[in-house]
Design a protein around this ligand. Sequence first.
Ligand code: GLU
Length: 448
Amino acid sequence: MTVRTRFAPSPTGRLHVGNARAALFCYLFAKSQGGQFVLRMDDTDQARSTPEFAQAIHTDLAWLGLTHDETAKQSERFARYEEVFTQLKEQGLAYACYETPDELDRKRKRQLARGLPPVYDRAALELSAEEIAAFEAEGRTPHWRFKLSGNSVSWPDMVRGEQKIETASLSDPVIRRGDGTWLYTLPSVVDDLDMKITHVIRGEDHVTNTGAQVELIAALGGALPVFAHFSLMLAADGGALSKRLGSLSLQDLREQGLEPMSLNSLIARLGTADPVEPVRDMARLIAGFDMSRLGRAPARFDAEDVTRLNARILHEVPYADVAERLQAMGAPEGAEFWDSIKGNLTLLSDAADMVQLINGPITPIIEAEDADYVAQALACLPAAPLDEQSWSAWTSDLKASTGRKGRGLFMPLRQALTGQAHGPEMQHLLPLIGYDRATARLQGKDAA
Ligand code: GLU
């Protein structure tokens, strides 16, 4: 049996970090089992689904590196849902209901006022042929519900352990609206069965749906997939993530310049007892993924954790992996530049500042009280070409000749050569700045 998982977003908005977590778990689990990952667009809501959002989902997943083996679109499968719907009607498991939303709302309020659970009372099953004819004459078109058995349903959940739901405590789910459009339940089940999905991995907000879906699967004679419902993700302060989603869309994180593996590394481990580590290779993340490590407590997402991981990931990236992006910033070719600056980066885009620091223009800083010292430093700057030994040879000389040491020895040189008080090690920067630019900067000139 080939393990097959699916990520099933609705293309009605942008993906955010919560969706990324669902996608990542589906992907990691499938790949850790040598299986396949299916991307399914749940686009039954044709009024709200757009091709632009669908395209954005592809872009976001490609950015994360979650490549799919197959895609599907619910909007292309309406004929199939119709077929299954007809079958359910024939089985007596789909029934027509004529209540308006207002009427349903009043029913619910009456039940609640009497202390009863607001479960649909199945009044539609009692309608006589005359009553139905009267509703139809009024112009009402029915919506359709799936008839639950009223028994308890159970399944072993990979995250939550044995689950049990009393379907008697659920309303029969509406599977089709009065206008003929499909709600989530039926298409999702039909697709999972037709597409031979073996593991349904999704958030715990779907646990109740699963109770009804298990019965629908049984009604259709399908094999039950394995379910895994992971805990929800909260913001760092424990608040709902949805309130902050504006700033946590994958597009935003991408545009901030984060490395996708920083986000993957974090969300693969959030909600587990395992430490969060920077992982650069997807293969390693796959090898280390274990669904049984996921706990039931909510996972807390802090965007600053991604930034911190991003820095740690950059510090380990070999030059070859970033060469193209660095060259696009005008960085000097070769690993020396990368090796000397990477320790100072949080985002790769920060490298642009380092490029500028080397290529200029910069504004050298020479404090009045250091002017003589810097002039003396210029006079004994080692001959071209400057290399990795030049800095220590030069500053040893200056130490001996001026008696300066520590900050007083180094800082005026750094400030004159880079125009900044902080930055990568001067030993590495000096050869990159080169003799000509160093000479100009030590004379307080803009080196451009
Ligand atoms: N389209 C559904 C959602 O986004 C899919 C849920 C599922 O994985 O079954 O919530």
